[in-house]
Design a protein around this ligand. Sequence first.
Ligand code: 1CP
Length: 332
Amino acid sequence: MEKIKQVIENRDVKIKPIWLMRQAGRYLPEFREIRSKNQNFIELCLNETLVPEITLQPLKRFDLDAAIIFSDILMLHYGLGQSVKFKKDFGPMLGDINDVDLNNVTEKNFIKNLEPVYESMNNLSKSLKGGDKSLIGFVGAPWTILIYMLNRQSPKKNLSNDLHNIDKKKSLSKIITKYLKIHIREQVKSGATVIQIFDSWAGLAAKDDIKSIIYNCSADLVEFTKSLGVPAICFPREIIDYKEYVSEVNPSAVNIDYNVDINYISKNINIPVQGGLDPKFLLSDKETLKSESLKILDIFKDYPYIFNLGHGVLPKTDPNMVDYLVNIVKDY
Ligand code: 1CP
């Protein structure tokens, strides 16, 4: 049985599986090599030969318990027909959603646009089948997808002021949720055994949006994912109230960010937990990395817990430090 499912479904506290957000990516020289020859990031995500290869790169180096498909949450916008480009040293740049006739988007077209992603998933599923490693598919949560759709660039760079006053936010989030379900369903059909839902900008939501978009739409997605027989791990990064989030959204497991009080989480959350380690510790020395990881492992000793970070692996990370971390967790 997959170790991650053993923790989520059987609440096994004896094993502490590990995978890392952004485990495939720029900190790996073998990824940079491929990336340098493939300037168009969206095209790379649609490359049926390279996506499985990149996805498996970290598993060749480290004893990880899951592969997460190399893709991006912004593929949803691409699937809907909103243009997406990645500018070097800047990040994503999206086209105007008003230029897209959303009434004209069909399920068939959407799936056709993303077919190569599902083909890559199929491919990966074949190579991982029967083992104890999970194949993680993922989507952005409706709120985070909406933020990129309207803001058209990272909210980290510049969050448009009038974003909070847009009245079509609710109707757009309904459409987004509809297509996120299709994207989840197709990934599961193609072999994803776990779905992670990234709400990277949950911390930016105002009270009204937390209730009407983050809670309502995420709960809808989680219920849908569970109905397919697959667990949903939610990562509501920097949400104020993880406890309320868990009771409103009801995910199969929750990934915590690195600003939360881990002791509070271990006492107040009663579902399996994932993550929490500050990715910056991978940039420190081995001693610090070890003591910080052991601190977390000790707190979650008797809890169903999946080791992961509180956000993605940073590009400056030394792969040897990742190896060291994986071994700490394996030896625990
Ligand atoms: O080489 C490059 O320049 C591309 C860098 C890169 C990579 C490696 C981007 C652009 N996306 C990815 C892959 C990716 N994105 C994965 C791969 C699987 C893995 O984890 O190994 C995943 C899960 C994502 C998900 C993703 N994309 C999120 C959610 C998680 C998070 O980091 O908060 C978000 C917010 C994105 C948008 C995005 N894509 C890429 C960048 C640079 C960004 C962030 C931009 C911003 O700060 O707003």
